[in-house]
Design a protein around this ligand. Structure first.
Ligand code: NAD
Length: 256
């Protein structure tokens, strides 16, 4: 097999990469030759992913950080810079939701929690890496949004605070893409459709997952590797003039 080298020499930090889509993106970056940093809250799962990567004769650095805490994020990014001298690629993959409560039942606390994890976290991480990317006049920022940030899922329930946060993330992507361009930095989003990550297996019932697959034009749901391949493209030199876009990876679940 030809060695994969699309990200050789790059330093990539992927938040939320101890499981799910973030894990798939991190592993694909590793296999494409990047030096990677797995940033997550869940030490047990993070160490499991690190062991799996080491079994393939590769390595990753693990950082246990809460991305909803901006001070911890700043310290973590400064430490990465001290060690690696640069961050070429940031993937903001932390996010998600855990129920389908209707708006009249959503407390202030729950609303803020969902906005924090899906939107504020990406702002904190992006702000922390931006000054270093600007100095080096290169960089790739990839925000993992969701189809929910574009429109309600046509084939299954959606969750209002989550859609609001993910739409916010798309807004941030587009406006920042314009500001960051003069520094050689691209900013893009991926809007995945439903994928069977550990969280989604808990939050969506099997019936609605089967329904999404049946109703999608491509008659299936996506797998985490599909988002990972899209992220490799956006992070690679192949996408050097691609900025401000939302790449929908959703088997046709939403078509615009
Ligand atoms: N799975 C899907 O169907 C789907 C669809 C559309 C969008 N997305 C988006 O993709 C991303 C990943 O989703 P997933 O389903 O893989 O989620 P997941 O819950 O399976 O994985 C999320 C990871 O983020 C980590 N994390 C959570 N809060 C954190 C925090 N405060 N600080 C650091 N790490 C934290 C978790 O420990 C976990 O490892 C999310 O942004 C989600 O909104 C997922």
């Amino acid at each position: 097999m030809t060695k994969k080298t699309k990200l050789e020499g790059k330093v990539a930090l992927v938040t939320g990469s101890a499981q799910g889509l973030g894990e798939a993106i991190l592993k694909e970056f590793v296999y494409e030759g990047a030096s990677t940093i797995l940033l997550d809250l869940n030490r047990k799962e993070a160490n499991k992913v690190k062991r799996e990567i080491e079994e393939s004769n590769n390595t990753t650095e693990v950082l246990i950080v809460d991305v909803c805490d901006s001070k911890s994020v700043n310290i973590a990014i400064d430490n990465v810079i001290k060690k690696y001298k640069k961050i070429d690629i940031l993937v903001n993959a932390v996010g998600g939701f855990h129920n389908f409560d209707k708006i009249k039942d959503i407390t202030d606390e729950e609303w803020h929690k969902v906005i924090n994890i899906n939107l504020n976290s990406a702002f904190y991480c992006t702000r922390a890496v931006m000054k270093y990317m600007e100095e080096s006049r290169t960089g790739r920022i990839i925000n993992i949004s969701s189809g929910a940030g574009i429109a309600p899922n046509p084939h299954a329930p959606s969750y209002v605070p989550y859609g609001a946060a993910k739409a916010g993330l798309l807004g941030m992507t587009k406006l920042l893409a314009r500001d960051a361009g003069e520094f050689g930095i691209t900013v893009n989003a991926i809007a995945p459709g439903t994928a069977l990550t550990p969280r989604v297996k808990k939050v969506r019932d099997p019936e609605s997952i089967a329904n999404i697959a049946k109703m999608n034009p491509l008659k299936n749901i996506i797998e985490p590797i599909d988002c990972a391949k899209a992220a490799v493209f956006l992070a690679s030199d192949d996408a050097r003039y691609v900025t401000g876009i939302t790449m929908m990876v959703n088997a046709g679940n939403l078509i615009f």
